[in-house]
Design a protein around this ligand. Structure first.
Ligand SMILES: Nc1ncnc2c1ncn2[C@@H]1O[C@H](COP(=O)(O)OP(=O)(O)OP(=O)(O)O)[C@@H](O)[C@H]1O
Length: 576
């Protein structure tokens, strides 16, 4: 457990953690050892001169006070180390997440990572702050007490020591028998959390479907699953708890019987017997708490294992000696890419000379967005190569590659800040005039005028105060501000109102002018203005050429064009 904790935390924290564990262990030993003073106290009290107990009582009081100081120092250290580690852990997780390939952030990750970053990290850190001290105390104090018993009377001590392996065996057995139920509960818990997030995000869809009062069946099912798994987990804990209780009682009874037998035979005095029984009773509570603490530690272990799994996810390998591309042409050579066992792109080759525009069209699921993602190295290809300026993207440093590329996605995420702050993300060191100029070029100034508070107005979480087309304009402004030589553009599929349509189109024209462009195109006029068009289907290029060539060929692209024309009111003039 400690080893996994240190792996998750990073080894720079090994020193403070080990020191805290050592202090807690010394405290637990001191607690057990302080009980040793009960023996002379009881001996004196049962002897001829009970007054002799006074100095021992003073010593016992001093030992308890010493233990209290150590306990305070140990708990404080645990708490301090826990909170320091909490901060460090957030940084470590944050730094690591920032290095993971963008392709890692697929659906479902948001829920998983937010649960991990919130509850997971807190629980992992609670090991040091809250669980370690009682656990060490529960395990070490009884062992120290057994050592004291051995000194007091070796036969009784030996009997108590013989029980230690049995208690440990029950503890291990209980842990193993609960592991499956605990893992199942943790999995159901994770599923239910994801369903709650999904339920909240799906509110518009559910309301539109008229399901305002009715509950969401998928969420209900997963909550029922969680309830059942929690019950099973609780039930699976019972044999361990009962077993440990029975074992502790059996050991106490055996000590009582053996002690009574020895006392009746005159081998030990009443004071020794009483002392041993008091010591045995003091062991019972910590031993019984082991079952509960074990359960808590198992829950934490599950969270630690998940954190460990995320932290072990490898970022895409960085070239030891990164090469800077000189040109900005793009090339895919025999690229094959799979999601799991599904081939998304199959032996795709294409090239976009510097300064030219390539439009990628094709049916939904053809692999168009994936092609853009591979150009920006969200993932590494399974076979073939992606080249920027003639250099394999795997040989270009991530930062250098990202400097070359501006991306405009379909789904634009806006932070709950001003439009200016959101545009500035394109180039954080840009001056105010540059930000304003990029915003104006993307016709964002019209949007700003509408917002109460203008440039200093917040756009709401995720850009809730803006329409889809307006958010797209922010994304175009970011890309304009970045002023990268390569533009990857995933055009919005949804229909925009005429004002936004014109503004987005104008912004895109400014953005792509003079740059190397690959765009997933859905609008006729965007496609028409491309230098070259590839038609993707089922992850393969089925047609390739200029607009005129492809129309003349009368194949898939010509069909696509025809369907697009009939769906656009007013025909090609509207599109052009
Ligand atoms: N993260 C992922 N994990 C598994 N499969 C994925 C993932 N992303 C995409 N896919 C699959 O890869 C295939 C290609 O997806 P892609 O988004 O590239 O298609 P597309 O042509 O852009 O579609 P659309 O026009 O509908 O956006 C799809 O079948 C999709 O289900």
């Amino acid at each position: 457990m400690i080893r996994m904790l240190l792996r998750v935390l990073g080894h720079q924290y090994a020193g403070p953690v080990r020191r805290t564990v050592a202090l807690m262990t010394v405290t637990a030993v001191a607690e057990g050892a302080s009980y040793a003073l009960l023996v002379p106290v009881l001996r004196a009290l049962f002897g001829d001169t009970p007054g002799d107990a006074r100095p021992w009582l003073v010593a016992f009081g001093a030992a308890v006070a010493g233990y209290a100081v150590l306990r305070y120092a140990g708990d404080l250290s645990g708490f301090r180390v826990g909170t320091t580690l909490l901060r460090g852990m957030y940084h470590r997780l944050g730094d690591h997440l920032a290095c993971l390939p963008l392709g890692w952030y697929a659906a479902g990750r948001v829920g998983e990572v937010s649960v991990l970053a919130g509850r997971g990290v807190l629980q992992a850190m609670s090991v040091i702050a809250h669980l370690l001290s009682p656990f060490i105390s529960a395990a070490v104090t009884p062992l120290t007490v057994v050592a004291v018993m051995l000194v007091c009377d070796w036969r009784l001590g030996l009997a108590a020591a013989a029980a230690a392996p049995a208690v440990a065996a029950i503890h291990v057995w209980a842990g193993r028998s609960m592991a499956a139920a605990d893992a199942e509960r943790a999995e159901r818990d994770r599923e239910a959390t994801a369903r709650v997030i999904e339920y909240l995000q799906a509110q518009p869809v559910l309301r539109a479907g008229g399901r305002t009062i009715e509950r969401f069946r998928l969420l209900d099912d997963s909550l029922r699953g969680l309830h059942r798994a929690s019950r099973r987990s609780l039930l699976s804990a019972l044999p361990g708890v009962v077993g440990l209780t029975l074992m502790v009682q059996a050991v106490f009874t055996a000590l009582l019987v053996l002690g009574a037998h020895l006392a009746l035979g005159g081998d030990i005095g009443a004071a020794e017997l009483l002392a041993v029984l008091v010591l045995a009773a003091r062991c019972a509570d910590p031993l019984l708490s082991l079952a509960e603490l074990g359960g808590k530690l198992r829950v934490v272990r599950t969270e630690l294992a998940r954190l460990d799994a995320v932290l072990r996810t490898e970022p895409l390998p960085e070239a030891p000696e990164p090469v800077r591309p000189v040109g900005h042409g793009l090339e895919l050579e025999s690229v094959t890419f799979r999601h799991g066992d599904r081939t998304v792109l199959d032996d795709v080759s294409l090239s976009v000379p510097q300064g030219q525009r390539l439009a990628v069209v094709g049916p939904s699921g053809a692999g168009k967005s994936t092609l853009l993602q591979l150009l920006a190295r969200f993932y590494d290809v399974d076979a073939g190569a992606v080249r920027v300026g003639g250099v394999d993207v795997r040989s270009i440093g991530t930062e250098a590659l990202m400097e070359q590329v501006a991306i405009v996605f379909q789904d634009v995420y806006l932070f709950d800040g001003t439009i200016e702050e959101n545009v500035r993300l394109g180039r954080p060191d840009a001056g105010e005039a540059e930000v304003r100029a990029a915003a104006a070029a993307a016709r964002l100034d019209e949007v700003v005028e509408r917002l109460p508070g203008g440039w200093s107005a917040n756009v709401g979480e995720g850009g809730a105060l803006l329409s889809g087309g307006e958010r797209q304009r922010v994304s175009i402004a970011r890309a304009l501000l970045k002023d990268a030589p390569i533009v990857l553009l995933d055009e919005v599929t949804s229909a925009l109102d005429p004002v936004n349509e014109a503004a987005v189109h104008e912004g895109i024209e400014r953005l792509v002018a003079g740059r190397t462009v690959v765009m997933v195109a859905h609008r006729l006029r965007t496609v028409q203005r491309a230098d070259r068009i590839v038609f993707l289907d089922g992850g393969r290029i089925v047609e390739e050429g200029t607009h005129e060539e492809l129309l003349r060929r009368g194949g898939r692209y010509a069909d696509f064009w025809q369907v697009s024309l009939t769906s656009v009111a007013g025909g090609p003039d509207t599109a052009g």
